[in-house]
Design a protein around this ligand. Sequence first.
Ligand code: PMV
Length: 325
Amino acid sequence: MINHSTLAHAHPNIAFIKYWGNRNHELRLPSNGSISMNLASLETRTELKIIPEWSSDTLWLNNERQSGASLERVQKFLDIVRSKSHHNLFSEVRSENNFPHSAGIASSASGFAALTVAAVKEYGLNLSEKDQSRLARRGSGSACRSIPSGFVEWHAGTADEDSFSVSIAPSSHWELWDLIAIVDPGIKEYDSTTGHLLAETSQLQHARVMDSIRRLEICRKAILSKDFESLADIIELDSHMLHAVMMTSRPSLFYWSPISILVMKEVAAWRKKGIPAAYTLDAGPNVHVICTADSRAQLLPFIQEIPGVQKVIPSPVGEGAEVIH
Ligand code: PMV
């Protein structure tokens, strides 16, 4: 365990049915289940090395030494690993994303998924995929969906033991793509951890959560039967419901920019014309355009040409988190 390091990698994921709000914030037990696909083109690589002489952890993100909130979040996560492994040893964590932080794509899912598999290996824990997913959840809720491969469902569960993600179909099952339209590279005002705390202040959150079982079922079936029309309808509805909750919370969280709306309108018009495309937005203004392998080549220049779209990052479906060496 000592004097070597573990390198691991993981992909972020895009949620089709979104996670928003917790029943237990400390344990990150979500208010509702969620479904996502991993994004192969985007990746976090994390190297973790135990330094026996050290009395605290250090964190480097994209070669910059971190302090403050991001370091504390990683230290808190490693405290959980230490308590599970009974080794009171501290680590140097070096993490790099192949996507620019400034692109406004959240890296907490891939970051904590990669950190989980690296730490599990390095601290000598013997955990199943399910237990690694439970552990990743403690760092960032959506990170638990980046542990398994392909299309993934996070079962909300009722406690720490039964809140984890499983693969519902491998990446090879359906050649979907996410064309991520980067519309605003700015750092967002409210991160998702703050957002989850505000979810219950919206009168609409209860209705969103109550209806989530129905949406999960439609989404799961659409993926398993490769029914793009049903998938498109349900992911757009789910994204609208998420943003309705965000906009009606106190304080109000308004993540869309005028360009986001422009892209959404264009995607809706293309689908009316028979091109398989659907949109979904997380806690930020970038628009994820989900499409089939056949429609990808046609859509890419269309999206790039929308005024205000700075660039498009295309990604097929990705695998789960793994140790590289
Ligand atoms: O895992 P967090 O705390 O970054 O929350 C993710 C929240 C959304 O991206 C908006 C939805 C989701 O399910 O990924």
